[in-house]
Design a protein around this ligand. Structure first.
Ligand code: ZN
Length: 503
C-alpha cells in the first residue's frame, strides 16, 4: 500500500509541472547534445588540420650555392635561413636558428663544403654550399728609383732595382721578366695562380760623352826612374757616372829613358762613340849629383858578392876598428840576407850588385838588367827599410863579357842609371882576391895596402865571399889607421873610380 501511495504522489507532482517547463528542459538537453557533437567535430577537424598541415622545417641558402672567396681574406658567409612551414597554414613568420658545419681555411686555396642545418621536433633540414677559396690578387711589382740617377754614357741604363711580392707566393722578384725596349723597361710577373702583374719605367737619359780629366795635367815632367806610375786620370760622363775604370791607355813611356812620350786615354761606348785625352810625359834626368873628393886620406873598402858565411865576421872586425865599408850585395845566399840589415844599421853602405850575378841573365838585355836590379833593390829595402842609389855592375863597368849577350849594354845602362840618379862605382885598387891571383890573406893585404899607399883616396875591391880576403881585413885596417887613413862608406857623392866602359 505504501508503494501505491508513492506512485500516486509522483503522478501528483508531474501534474504540477507546466507545459513551459517541459519545453525548456527539452531545449536544454538538445543544446547539450548539439554542443557535444560540435566538440567532437571540432576535434576531428583540428586533428585533420594538423595532419594535413604537416609542420616541417624549410631551409634555404642566402646567396649562391657556389661562393668565390679570396684567399687570405675573411670569409663573408651570407648564410642560410630556416622557417617552419605547413601545407595548410603556410610559413611561420619567425626564423629558426641555423647551425653551420664546415669552416673553410681561408689561408689555403681549395674547395670547402659548408653545411647549414636547422632542427624542429626531431625533423631537421639542411642545405649546403661550396666555398671556392681562390687567389685572384695579382702580385705587386715595386720599382726602385735612385735619386738623381741618370743612365750611363758607356753602358746605358743600369737597373735601379725592383721587387715583386705576391700575397700567396711571397717574394717572387726572381720570377720577374724584364725587357728593355728603346727608352723603356717592361717588367712582368705571374703568380702561381696565374695572376699577372706588369710595370714599366721610362729611362731618363742625359747622355753626353765623358770628360777624361788628367790628374797632373796634359803635360807632366817626371824624373827618370824604373818604377813609373801614371799620375792618374778620371772619367766622368755627363750624368756624373764615374767611368774611370773603363779608360784605356795606349802609348808607351820608357821611364828610364830621357825623352818625350805621348799617352792616349780613351773610352768607347757600345755605340762606338769615343772620348779621348792625350798626355805628354817628359822624362827628364834626375838632378845631377856632384862628386866630392875628400881631402883627407880615405879608403873605401868595398865587398862584392855577399852576404855570405864570412860577412858577420867581417862586420865584427870593422866594428872593432870603427871602420865603415860598402857592400855590393847579391841575392844568391838567402840564409845570410840578414847581414845586409846588420851592415846597414852599423853604418855601412849597401849597394846593388846583382840578384843572379849570371852575366847571360843580367846582361841579356836592358830590361833583364833592370829586373835583376829591381829585385835587389826590393831585397835591400826589405832588410834596411831604405832604398839605395849605389850599385856596381857585375864585372865592373869595364867588363867586356856583357858584349857576348848585348852589345853596347853597359854604355846604355851607364847613361840610364845615371839619369835615374843611381851612382855606379868601380874600384881603383883591386885586392886580387877573385881574378887577380891572390890566394892568401897576406897576398890580399899586400895588394890593398900597396894600392892604397899610392893614392889619397882609394876604392878597394874585395869579396866577402872569400874567407881569406875577409881574414886580410884586420891587417888592412891596422895598416890604414897607422898611416892616417879613414875607412869610410861610399855615398852618392863619393869618388866613383870609374873604369873606361868597353861595351
Ligand atoms: Zn861580383
Amino acid at each position: 500500500m505504501q508503494e501505491k501511495k508513492r506512485k500516486t504522489a509522483k503522478h501528483t507532482s508531474e501534474a504540477h509541472r507546466t507545459r513551459e517547463e517541459i519545453k525548456k528542459d527539452y531545449r536544454k538537453k538538445k543544446a547539450t547534445v548539439v554542443f557535444a557533437i560540435a566538440l567532437v567535430y571540432l576535434v576531428i577537424v583540428a586533428a585533420a588540420a594538423v595532419i594535413i598541415d604537416d609542420r616541417h622545417v624549410e631551409i634555404s641558402l642566402r646567396g649562391d650555392e657556389d661562393l668565390l672567396a679570396e684567399v687570405g681574406h675573411e670569409l663573408v658567409d651570407p648564410g642560410a635561413e630556416a622557417y617552419l612551414n605547413g601545407n595548410l597554414f603556410g610559413r611561420s613568420r619567425n626564423e629558426i636558428p641555423v647551425r653551420v658545419e664546415g669552416k673553410p681555411d681561408m689561408d689555403k686555396i681549395g674547395d670547402y663544403l659548408v653545411v647549414y642545418r636547422a632542427d624542429f621536433a626531431n625533423k631537421g633540414a639542411e642545405c649546403s654550399r661550396m666555398v671556392h677559396v681562390r687567389d685572384t690578387t695579382p702580385p705587386e711589382i715595386t720599382l726602385k728609383h735612385e735619386d738623381g740617377y741618370l743612365a750611363n754614357w758607356l753602358v746605358g741604363y743600369t737597373e735601379e732595382g725592383y721587387t715583386a711580392i705576391d700575397n700567396v707566393d711571397g717574394d717572387i722578384t726572381d720570377c720577374v721578366v724584364r725587357t728593355e725596349v728603346d727608352d723603356k723597361v717592361f717588367y712582368s710577373v705571374t703568380d702561381s695562380s696565374g695572376n699577372e702583374a706588369k710595370a714599366e719605367r721610362q729611362i731618363e737619359y742625359s747622355l753626353s760623352e765623358p770628360m777624361i780629366k788628367l790628374i797632373g795635367g796634359e803635360e807632366v815632367e817626371i824624373g827618370a826612374c824604373l818604377r813609373y806610375e801614371d799620375p792618374g786620370y778620371e772619367a766622368i760622363d755627363g750624368s756624373g757616372n764615374d767611368l774611370t775604370s773603363y779608360v784605356q791607355v795606349t802609348g808607351n813611356v820608357v821611364p828610364y829613358q830621357v825623352g818625350r812620350y805621348q799617352l792616349n786615354y780613351s773610352i768607347t761606348n757600345e755605340q762606338g762613340e769615343t772620348a779621348t785625352a792625350q798626355r805628354i810625359v817628359d822624362i827628364v834626368p834626375q838632378p845631377y849629383i856632384k862628386t866630392v873628393i875628400p881631402e883627407e886620406k880615405t879608403i873605401y873598402l868595398t865587398f862584392d858578392d855577399g852576404p855570405s858565411e864570412y860577412t858577420d865576421r867581417l862586420l865584427d872586425v870593422l866594428a872593432r876598428y870603427d871602420a865603415k865599408a860598402t857592400f855590393f850585395v847579391t841575392g844568391f845566399q838567402p840564409e845570410y840576407f840578414d847581414c845586409i840589415g846588420r851592415a846597414y844599421r852599423e853604418g855601412h853602405a849597401i849597394g846593388v850588385h846583382s840578384q843572379t850575378h849570371e852575366y847571360e841573365i843580367c846582361y841579356a838585355n836592358d830590361q833583364a838588367f833592370f829586373d835583376d836590379f829591381l829585385w835587389m833593390e826590393d831585397l835591400i829595402y826589405s832588410q834596411t827599410g831604405s832604398y839605395t842609389k849605389l850599385f856596381r855592375f857585375p864585372g865592373g863597368s869595364s867588363n867586356t863579357v856583357s858584349r857576348m849577350y848585348s852589345p853596347g849594354i853597359i854604355s846604355r845602362l851607364a847613361k840610364y842609371m845615371t839619369d835615374m840618379g843611381y851612382v855606379y862605382f868601380d874600384w881603383s885598387v883591386d885586392s886580387g882576391d877573385a881574378l887577380g891571383g891572390a890566394k892568401t890573406s897576406y897576398a890580399v893585404a899586400n895588394n890593398v895596402t900597396a894600392g892604397c899607399s899610392e893614392e889619397t883616396v882609394s876604392v878597394v875591391l874585395q869579396h866577402d865571399t872569400k874567407g881569406f880576403s875577409v881574414n886580410a881585413v884586420e891587417s888592412i885596417l891596422r895598416w890604414g889607421k897607422n898611416h892616417g887613413y879613414t875607412f869610410k862608406a861610399l855615398d852618392e857623392t863619393s869618388y866613383t873610380a870609374h873604369h873606361p866602359i868597353a861595351n
